[in-house]
Design a protein. Structure first.
Length: 729
């Protein structure tokens, strides 16, 4: 049993393989957070004894039994209005104008498995014994508003998934202003706030700062999780590194405006919260209606960031991603974007495909520019009919030619957008997000379709599905290339306009659900100018994501390192591209571009027709090598052995689940003269197993590789090495 409730002392113990999450019902009414950390099987004491903070403080009103103040004790789901004057998880306005809520414990229930979240992405179970769910109902006595806190405990996968549902059973309308999805505490401020910061082509670089009194936060107000911050936060002890130390990781399964914050109070208690960003948010809840907030995945590890990431990886790879390609090997693809941009025709695409097929590549992906009259990025989004000037035989014609030679065929869409220069805009100028009387600000010369409208969503689903049915298409790249301004809908009444940011994301999930479940055998790759919306929410619909528009092998060391904090290699799209690199102008060896790409879903994005014979032979070798290791990379455990953020090299290791296959990669960034050799110690091996280096046939014991390690020579800028070991049987 992973959810334990002690009726005598009112304490819940949610137990995963290595963690415990304790809550207690104080005085039979008040749900208090008591502990989250390393697993405890036997809990001693009662709720009052286990509260790790002062019960009250000067200037803090004692709103609980005249003795305790919710301003100092760790309320499990803090709400605004009574004595707790820290940032609330919940804030609402009632019909009388009051914004006071006071939640009391009403009941709880436990059941096997995990419920689906209506209209939202969610981690799932395949059988009831994979998780146990606790639902605790809290009630505001005056308004009768009820809040259901849900905790799904995946004991074996070592994670707890939390979500919140608000039910308006009271008489009047309730205006929700903040409904965060998770609140937990650390009772000591000697922790670092770790988050993923970035920009276009520089996504998810790791940032780490010590917590301080006051609020540390990252957020998005862009109606997309964004390139700038990811809906992820970790709190780590100052000495935590990849291998050791305590860390809490929180990942929000949502793609829109979010906040991840840590508020450190007067007693050094840190309130860690995550949820939909309250900025600009409001939701009108009529009597009898409910509001479901998205879920947060909570992971605790005392095995450092590596331990934390491996929990996220396995959970997301096996119980968030769906579709036929969840478990199936993904095809090695070639994409024409950096090869041709908008300048291509059927012959060019076919010639790339033919040459790629001869080299061992398995799928041809036709990127932007195949529809309307899109010769550059200024037009045609929304006009999803083929440009016969470029493709006289339609998508069907080129798809058939490609599949006839034995390759798969994939196609690019940007379904959420509309160009002003398009037939669709002429017919439906009110289908984009806009506010009457205000400028419709373009970004990349495009506007955003109003996904809160059912007619717009139906149009997108029908037009995309029609194309997918019309030709042998095995893969879709779903792009999104701007953030949202002038957030307004012609379809929503004035008082519901503040709901639009969330309604847009619900609309996005609706079209993704309808299209991806209608075509379960199609591989979907998400994209937003690279990794601008690479979040756990969209991984419920897309099996992989274009990690970044930056294809440079060195910049990718940083981007992929940061991305892999949460996302498994099986979800990270990575392509070998031409040099000098189109984004940063750097020239790196083809070998290094190949190995950088191995840490993800492998593909190419260059004009293969321009390569010489030696390069083609090298590519054939890369593909051969990759085919031998892709299973270990995508289904094995990832170990980040050396961080590019801490020096001029990086090293990665993948170990198959049974520890018999190992892939270890080392990259040199910039060298200086006379550097010492670098020792890289393997991890996660069978200590007493004998591992054979497949290239040299040399034998090493697992403990030798893990304790003594391998020495690498950092003597050449941008050099790289890949070693494969197999355990002797
Ligand atoms: C942005 C994507 O990230 C690129 O890979 C490419 O598909 C372009 N959009 C096409 O416009």
């Amino acid at each position: 049993m992973s959810v334990l409730f002690n009726e005598y002392n009112g304490i819940f113990n949610l137990k995963t393989k290595n963690s415990s999450y304790l809550m207690g019902i104080l005085m039979g009414k008040h749900l208090v957070h008591l502990y989250y950390g390393k697993r405890i099987d036997e809990v001693s004491g009662d709720v009052e004894e286990l509260i790790p903070t002062p019960f009250t403080a000067a200037f803090s009103p004692q709103d609980i039994d005249g003795r305790y103040s919710s301003d100092t004790i760790p309320m499990e789901y803090p709400c605004y209005g009574s004595a707790d004057l820290r940032t609330p998880a919940f804030h609402a306005q009632y019909e009388n104008g009051s914004t006071i809520t006071k939640l009391e414990y009403e009941s709880h229930k436990v059941f096997g498995g995990k419920k689906k979240l209506e209209g939202l992405p969610a981690v799932y179970t395949e059988s009831e014994d994979e998780a146990e769910t606790l639902e605790i109902t809290l009630r505001d006595r005056l308004t009768n508003l009820r809040i259901v806190l849900s905790y799904s405990v995946f004991e074996e996968l070592d994670a707890i998934i939390k979500s919140v549902k608000v039910i308006n059973d009271g008489g009047g309308v309730v205006r929700l202003k903040s409904v965060l999805s998770s609140c937990t505490y650390i009772f000591n401020k000697e922790y670092d706030f770790v988050h993923l910061d970035g920009a276009w082509a520089r996504e998810r670089h790791i940032e780490r700062q010590p917590l301080h009194h006051g609020i540390a936060a990252v957020d998005s107000k862009r109606v997309a999780s964004s390139h700038h911050h990811s809906p992820f936060a970790a709190y780590a002890e100052h000495n935590t590194d990849e291998r050791q130390g305590e860390v809490y990781g929180y990942s929000f399964v949502y793609s829109g405006n979010f906040i991840a914050s840590a508020e450190t109070d007067q007693f050094d208690t840190v309130r860690c919260q995550m949820g939909i960003n309250p900025f600009g948010f409001e939701w009108k809840l009529e009597h009898g209606e409910s509001f479901q907030a998205p879920e947060v995945v909570c992971v605790f590890s005392d095995k450092g960031f590596g331990g934390m990431s491996r929990i996220f990886h396995k959970l997301y790879r096996t119980r968030l991603v769906r579709g036929m390609y969840r478990d199936k090997e993904r095809p090695i693809l070639i994409n024409n974007w950096e090869a041709t941009y908008f300048n291509f025709d059927e012959e060019k695409i076919f010639n790339i495909a033919k040459k790629a097929y001869e080299a061992g590549i398995e799928m041809m992906v036709l990127d932007d520019g195949w529809f309307g009259h899109r010769d550059d990025d200024r037009s045609s989004l929304g006009d999803w009919f083929v440009d016969k000037r470029k493709l006289p035989n339609g998508i069907e014609g080129i798809a058939k030619r490609v599949t006839d030679i034995g390759m798969k065929f994939g196609l690019w869409f940007e379904p959420e957008m509309i160009s002003k220069d398009s037939e669709l805009y002429k017919a439906h100028p009110d289908w984009c997000l806009h506010v009457e009387g205000r400028e419709r600000t373009e970004g990349r010369w495009q506007l955003v379709l109003d996904l809160s409208r059912a007619d717009v969503r139906d149009y997108i689903v029908n037009v995309v599905s029609g194309i997918l049915k019309s030709a042998p298409i095995s893969y879709v790249k779903w792009d999104m290339n701007r953030n949202i301004s002038e957030l307004g809908s012609s379809d929503l009444c004035a008082e519901r306009q503040p709901e639009l940011a969330h309604r847009y994301i619900l609309g996005l999930y609706d079209i993704c659900e309808r299209i991806t479940t209608a075509f379960p055998e199609v591989l979907f790759e998400g994209c937003s100018g690279g990794g601008g919306r690479f979040d756990a929410g969209l991984m419920y619909y897309f099996q992989q994501y274009w990690t970044s528009d930056d294809t440079d092998a060195i910049e990718r060391q940083y981007i992929q390192y940061g991305t892999s904090m949460v996302m498994p290699a099986s979800t990270m799209g990575a392509h070998v591209s031409a040099v000098p690199n189109h984004q940063v102008g750097r020239t790196t060896p083809l070998k290094t571009r190949g190995y950088a790409t191995v840490v993800g879903q492998f593909g190419y994005e260059l004009d293969i027709e321009k390569l010489n014979n030696d390069e083609i032979e090298a590519i054939k070798g890369q593909i051969e090598e990759y085919k031998g290791i892709r299973e270990t990379i995508h289904k094995g455990s990832m170990y980040r052995l050396t961080s590019p953020f801490e020096g001029q090299s990086s090293a990665w290791e993948f170990v198959s689940e049974d520890k018999s296959e190992v892939v270890l990669m080392h990259f040199t960034i910039l060298v200086s003269p006379q550097l010492p050799l670098e020792c890289v110690r393997a991890e996660g091996l069978d200590a007493h197993g004998i591992y054979i280096d497949k290239a040299t046939n040399k034998e090493y014991s697992g403990e030798f590789l893990m304790n003594r390690g391998i020495y690498f020579d950092n003597s050449q800028d941008f050099d790289s090495k890949l070693i494969r070991f197999s355990r002797k049987v």
